[in-house]
Each structure stands twice: as structure tokens, then as C-alpha cells.
Design a protein around this ligand. Structure first.
Ligand code: ADP
Length: 518
């Protein structure tokens, strides 16, 4: 029934989808912008067509161009990947109207889950625990203060239409309300075209644990366990793993059932992810549902042995999901690191350029989902994710050691990447012990920063506790980023542009032109 699929995306995810199509003997039709003529997805596709200039609005977001091309070239279905049009319900609707199969959930499920406030309302009605706060947008500063009075500071103001870690502000006291309210609204307007904001209780140091679900069009839904995505920088995921270190059979069952209830409430089918925040006592709260394939889906594929893209295609073709919940087995442990072309020495600023030498890690338990090759010029117009490195091990310890080994093998020259930074995390004792929360990275960088400042004033003691030793290692890593050299002595004080004083909103502004991350 599906003989040709148009991939409305680029980069590593377009390549990932093409691989599934090849294995299913389905023709893959790639689209590309003028900035992506040389891209890997263009080279690997059975057919490829240029659809416009580099600006996403004129190419990867140009709904009618994409639909027109699919029809003209005889594709029966469109896979949106993540980012770009993946969570645009109008695009899914337009596909339906043109009798094209949208490889994702029904448009109405995308619409409801696309509004954080509407999603919270529907979830609450379905009995799904949501983070305490409002289900309607707040209209005034006074309303925000009154609400904070009820639920207690800190709170977080969020854009109803937000995503990608943008349009979010933590408020710790009443004095901060007026300026934060105005700033979040204007950010929401400029980033998402909708100024609506709402209030959530800000949970201190939670973990981010999400559940992968899969459902067919006949109403059969299962979950594929969890992914822990707690290691984040500025509210964006950096490292993901499965299983979560806090998981027990009981908690997995409870979170799995809740995720399925969330999906059922919006008539969901296809692959999707229900995100939760988990507090120290193991209470979990619905955060949002991502109605698409996620960046970190390979982690689930490694521990379950399923191919999520193939499952999405079969489901879209109307096939029944052939698994019962009890048949889903979780084997070993998987970890994913996102390899960004970003310069940690410059506030993780996107660092596009030409890849010179590229040697990807290989060997037991290693998977690389990449969109680059030697000589490839990373365009400035899009998200700088160049590859994902995923490893599998019999247990978490083996997976960590394997990731460390694979990161050491990874050689990319010509562009700066976050690899040295990821290596330090793999060597960090707290990470090994699973003692993590969503501010892990910021805290470590801040500690490293402070220790380094102190170290310059007092001679380093001979014996260090583990905690301090970690910090020193991280400080050294920071030095390495900041100097670009391995063994340079202590550098000038980090007075400005330091990692700790980095302003995420500036970054969000700089990224405005870039696609949103998955
Ligand atoms: P986005 O849709 O922009 O990705 P999310 O609502 O999914 O935003 O949140 C992204 C991250 O921000 C979470 O994983 C978590 O680290 C942090 N966060 C969001 N809401 C809260 C909250 N109420 N309390 C604590 N942390 C939060």
C-alpha cells in the first residue's frame, strides 16, 4: 500500500528514516533546501528534490510545496521526522485532505498536545497527574502573584505554545513577577507567535523521565518503557538513557499505565512520548506529550529490539500492532549522547563549518546515527546536531564504559563539538552513581568554575575527597574547552561569557532562525 515515502526533514533523522524505508523496500523521496545540496540524506535517497532557499520557512516548513511535490512524484505518505512540521497539526490535516498518509498521530491529538494549557486540561480530566498550576493562560501580573501565593514560590511561567526549552522563566519571589511576566510574554510572542503564558509550580531538582508509547489505529496501545533524560543543559536534553536508574517494576507499571491513559484521552495512534517530571519521593507529574518520533528514540530501540520508524509505517498503513504489553522485554542498558557542533568554550554557541577528518566509533554495542561525512559543510541555518552516538551494554556500568570508549574513538576535526564535555560526564562519579537531577550540568560547571577560581588563590591540597576530585576533573575539562588545548596551565579568570553566567534567553534569540530541537 505504501510504495514511496516523502521525508519532510533533513540531517540525521532523514537518514534514519531512509534506512527504515530501505529495509522495508519502500522508495524514499528526499526534499532539500539549497543549503543541503550535498547532504547525506540527499545522497542516500532514491529520489531527491530541491524545494527552496535555506530559510526553513521557504523549504522545510513550506507545507504546500511539500504536499505538491509528494502528489506530483507519487508518494503515498510523508514522514515529518522531528522539529520542522512534525508537530504542526495543520500539516497533518493538509496531508489528510490531499489523501496523503501522515506518518504520525491524528491531527487532533497533535493540536491538543501542542498547546501546553489545553494538554494540561485534557490530562487533568483524564485523571493524569499534572504539575500543579493553571490550565488556562494567565492574563495579568496580579493573577500570577495570586496563584503563586496559593501554590508557593518558586513557580515557572511558561509559554502555552512553547517548546525546545524556550519561553520559560523561573520566578522565586513576588518582586520578580512583573518583569518576568512581561519578558516571558514577549518571548512567547516572538518565538511562537502567541503571547499566552501560564503558571506551573517549579519542582526543585526533579528528574525527567519519559515513556515511549506505540498504538495502532484499531485502538491497541502499549508502552515501551522509559527513557531518563535528566541530563540537560538549559532545559534541553544532552544525554538520554534507558532504563532509568530510579526505575522499579512497580514505578514502570504506574508510569506506563499513566502514559497510556494520556494517549487514550486524545485518541492517539503511532509512536509518541509522554514526558514526566519525577520528584525525590518518586511522585511523577505529566509535563507534556511529544506527538512524534523523538531524537532519543534509539535508546528505546536498543533495549526493546523494536524499530520505531518501521512500526510507525506499519501502523500508518493500517496494520495491527502485533505485540501485547507482556511481550515487550527490556534487555540491558542503552545511553545516547547528542553530538552537537557547538563550542563549549563559547557558551555552547553553534559552531558550523566544514568537517575535515571524521572517524566514527565502531565495535560491539555501538550505533551512530549521523548526518555528516568527511568534507561536509555543516550549514548555519539549522540545528547543529550532527550525530547521535548510542551504545548498548549488558548493564548500565558496561554502557557507560562503552560510551566513554566510543567517545574516545570519535574523531571529528574542522568543527568544534561537545565530545570532550560528554567524556567528562561519562567519567563523573555522580553520573556513575545515578545521582543526577535536571540541574546536574549547570551545577557541575558552576562548581568547576568556582573551584578553579579558588585553586588559583590557594595551593591545591594533596588529598581530595571524591566530590572534589570530580570537580577538579571537570575544571580541567573546562580549561581544555576554553583553551582548545589539552594541558595548558590555569587560564585567565572567567569574568564574562563564562558557562555559569550564560544567558539562555540570548541563546534562544540567536536560535530563532534555527529549527526547534526534537
Ligand atoms: P519544552 O516543551 O520547551 O521542552 P518542557 O515543558 O518539556 O519544555 O520542559 C523542559 C524541561 O524544563 C524539563 O525537562 C525540566 O528540566 C524543565 N522544567 C519544565 N517545567 C518544569 C517545572 N514545572 N519544574 C521544574 N522543571 C521544569
Amino acid at each position: 500500500m505504501i510504495g514511496k515515502v516523502l521525508i519532510a526533514n533533513r540531517g540525521e533523522i532523514a537518514v534514519r528514516i531512509l534506512r527504515a524505508l530501505m529495509e522495508l523496500d519502500i522508495r524514499g523521496l528526499a526534499v532539500y533546501s539549497e543549503a543541503d545540496r550535498e547532504a547525506l540524506h540527499v545522497r542516500l535517497a532514491d529520489e531527491a528534490y530541491c524545494i527552496g532557499p535555506p530559510a526553513p520557512e521557504e523549504s522545510y516548513l513550506a507545507i504546500e510545496k511539500i504536499i505538491g511535490l509528494a502528489k506530483e512524484k507519487g508518494a503515498q505518505a510523508i514522514h515529518p521526522g522531528y522539529g520542522f512540521l512534525a508537530e504542526n497539526y495543520r500539516f497533518a490535516q493538509r496531508c489528510q485532505e490531499e489523501s496523503l498518509i501522515f506518518l504520525g498521530p491524528p491531527p487532533e491529538a497533535i493540536r491538543v498536545m501542542g498547546s501546553k494549557t489545553e494538554a494540561r486540561r485534557v490530562m487533568r480530566e483524564a485523571g493524569v497527574p499534572v504539575v500543579p498550576g493553571t490550565v488556562n493562560p494567565v492574563e495579568s501580573e496580579a493573577e500570577v502573584s495570586a496563584l503563586a501565593g496559593e501554590i508557593g514560590y518558586p513557580i515557572v511561567l511558561k509559554a502555552s505554545a512553547g517548546g525546545g526549552g524556550k519561553g520559560m522563566r523561573i520566578i522565586r519571589s513576588r518582586e520578580e513577577v512583573p518583569s518576568s511576566f512581561r519578558a516571558t510574554r514577549s518571548e512567547a510572542q516572538s518565538a511562537f507567535g502567541d503571547p499566552a503564558v501560564y503558571v506551573e509550580k517549579y519542582l526543585e531538582n526533579p528528574r525527567h523521565v519519559e515513556v515511549q508509547i506505540l498504538g495502532d489505529q484499531q485502538g491497541h496501545l502499549i508502552h515501551l518503557g522509559e527513557r531518563e533524560c535528566t541530563i540537560q543543559r538549559r532545559h534541553q536534553k544532552v544525554i538520554e538513557e534507558s532504563p532509568s536508574v530510579i526505575m522499579t517494576e512497580e514505578l514502570r507499571r504506574a508510569m506506563g499505565e499513566t502514559a497510556l491513559a494520556a494517549a487514550r484521552a486524545v485518541g492517539y495512534y503511532s509512536a509518541g512520548t509522554v514526558e514526566f517530571l519525577v520528584d525525590r519521593r518518586g511522585n511523577f507529574y505529566f509535563l507534556e506529550m511529544n506527538t512524534r518520533l523523538q531524537v532519543e528514540h534509539p535508546v528505546t530501540e536498543m533495549v526493546t529490539g523494536l524499530d520505531l520508524v518501521k512500526e510507525m509505517i506499519r501502523i500508518a498503513a493500517g496494520e495491527k500492532l502485533p505485540y501485547r504489553q507482556e511481550e515487550i522485554q527490556f534487555r540491558g542498558a542503552a545511553i545516547e549522547c547528542r553530538i552537537y557542533a557547538e563550542d563549549p568554550a563559547n557558551n555552547f554557541f553553534p559552531c558550523p563549518g566544514r568537517v575535515e577528518v571524521l572517524r566514527s566509533p565502531e565495535g560491539p554495542g555501538v550505533r551512530v546515527d549521523s548526518g555528516v561525512f568527511p568534507g561536509y559543510e555543516i550549514p548555519i541555518y539549522y540545528d547543529p546536531l550532527i550525530a547521535k552516538l548510542i551504545v548498548w551494554g549488558r548493564d548500565r556500568q558496561e554502557a557507560i564504559r562503552r560510551m566513554e570508549r566510543a567517545l574516545r574513538e570519535y574523531t571529528i576535526t574542522g568543527v568544534k563539538t561537545v565530545i570532550p564535555f560528554l567524556l567528562e560526564v561519562m567519567r563523573d562519579e555522580h553520573f556513575h552513581r545515578g545521582e543526577i537531577d535536571t540541574s546536574y550540568i549547570d551545577r557541575k560547571l558552576l562548581q568547576a568554575d568556582r573551584t578553579k577560581e579558588k585553586g588559583r588563590m590557594t595551593p591545591a591540597p594533596e588529598e581530595e575527597g571524591t566530590e572534589k576530585a570530580d570537580i577538579v576533573v571537570l575544571a580541567a575539562a573546562l580549561d581544555a574547552f576554553l583553551t582548545g588545548k589539552e594541558k595548558k596551565p590555569a587560564m585567565a579568570p572567567l569574568s564574562n561569557g563564562t558557562l555559569s553566567s550564560f544567558n539562555p534567553w540570548k541563546m534562544a534569540g540567536r536560535r530563532k532562525l534555527l529549527e526547534s530541537r526534537g
